[in-house]
Design a protein around this ligand. Structure first.
Ligand SMILES: [Zn+2]
Length: 161
């Protein structure tokens, strides 16, 4: 008879402690590799290209906002350091090439929404358009994915709806 101490249950099957340790070590190492890869990917994309793809912008508003808050020098979209997205509206953090100060640059206008909070025009108008067309957030995100525009979460769609 085999020593029961060395036999343990794992995923509904009996296995030896040695085999189980090997298995769990393997799973842990796979997780570690995956984590490292995604971290590398994230840091790469944020360092080299903080904002990829297309955005829906208000040309006049973007042009007006592309000014350094410190020295009033015109800013370049090639110096974007990070991006904060609120649905389809983005706020870029742009570094000034002259004084190196970081300024917030919004891609569209905001307006007062319910409960004293500001909401962005582009989100309201997009949701309004989709409700008029009789389609929901799934259809919107399919179109956005084809256009290489970051998606709007279904929660946000519902909130604007
Ligand atoms: Zn400046």
């Amino acid at each position: 008879m085999e020593n029961t101490d060395t036999r343990v249950r794992f995923s509904g099957r009996f296995t030896t402690r040695k085999k189980l340790k090997k298995q769990t070590d393997f799973i842990a190492s796979m997780r570690e590799t995956k984590k490292r890869k995604t971290e590398e990917k994230c840091s790469q994309s944020s360092d080299l290209n903080p904002c990829e793809g297309r955005r829906i912008v208000d040309i006049q508003e973007l042009g007006k906002n592309l000014v350094c808050t410190s020295c009033t020098e015109c800013l370049s979209l090639q110096n974007v350091k990070s991006e904060k997205r609120l649905g389809l509206n983005s706020i870029f953090l742009v570094k000034c090439h002259r004084c190196s100060v970081l300024s917030d640059v919004a891609t569209g206008k905001m307006h007062a929404g319910g409960r004293k909070r500001k909401v962005s025009d582009v989100n309201t108008k997009t949701v309004l358009g989709f409700v008029h067309a009789g389609v929901g957030s799934t259809a919107l995100n399919k179109i956005l994915a084809c256009l290489n525009i970051p998606e709007m979460t279904s929660n946000m769609f519902k909130r604007y709806e």
